[in-house]
Design a binder for this molecule. Structure first.
Ligand SMILES: [Zn+2]
Length: 186
């Protein structure tokens, strides 16, 4: 399955960046990344084709180094009603405050989720994949009619009716015989 990369998204996302440096630069990173390189996400999908897209804004927000982001992906999963493939769209958004120690967590306004900064560079892709995994629906089914599902169900019902009909015959025959005997006796 091919997820269309929007025309304006032309760059492949960098795997890692220095988050704090991006805030200093007030940088927005927008791009795509191939699904095939996202092991955890493609494990949840029936196909490894396509791309995920993300827009990440590194900025100073009310005095906190922050990362606001939007992520999206289209996944092919198994419909839990008819077991045929169904496309599901994942979209997520988040707002992280980039903090250097766990002690800073308590200082954050409620609108932020804390994101601990460790090392020189941080993995952008891992963060995006984490966010997309959080968007995975618990149950996915075709939103309209599961045509395959209905056909299979109908077939099962037809088969059941046929068995019932055949089973009726011995009794019908027996009843006819009984009636016949009764008629002869009377
Ligand atoms: Zn279905």
């Amino acid at each position: 399955m091919q997820t269309q990369v929007p025309a304006e998204v032309t760059a492949e996302l960098p795997e890692t960046v220095n988050f704090v440096r991006q805030v200093e630069l007030n940088r927005t990173i927008e791009g795509f990344y191939p699904m095939s390189k996202l092991d955890r996400l493609s494990e949840a999908s029936l196909g490894k084709e396509g791309y995920i897209t993300a827009k990440l804004e590194f900025t100073d927000s009310v005095g906190f180094a922050s990362l606001k982001g939007k992520v999206s992906a289209k996944l092919l999963v198994e419909c839990q009603r008819c077991l045929e493939p169904v496309e599901t769209e994942l979209t997520g958004s988040f707002k992280f405050a980039l903090v250097n120690s766990e002690e800073d967590f308590e200082l954050l306004p409620e609108e932020f989720e804390p994101h601990l900064i460790v090392g020189e560079e941080q993995s952008l892709i891992e963060l995006i994949e984490d966010e997309l995994l959080l968007c995975l629906p618990m149950v996915t089914i075709h939103d309209k009619d599961c045509s395959e599902y209905m056909t299979k169900q109908n077939r099962a019902i037809q088969a059941e009716l046929k068995v019932e009909k055949e089973a009726e015959h011995p009794f019908a025959a027996l009843k006819a015989l009984k009636d016949d005997l009764n008629n002869k006796v009377n």
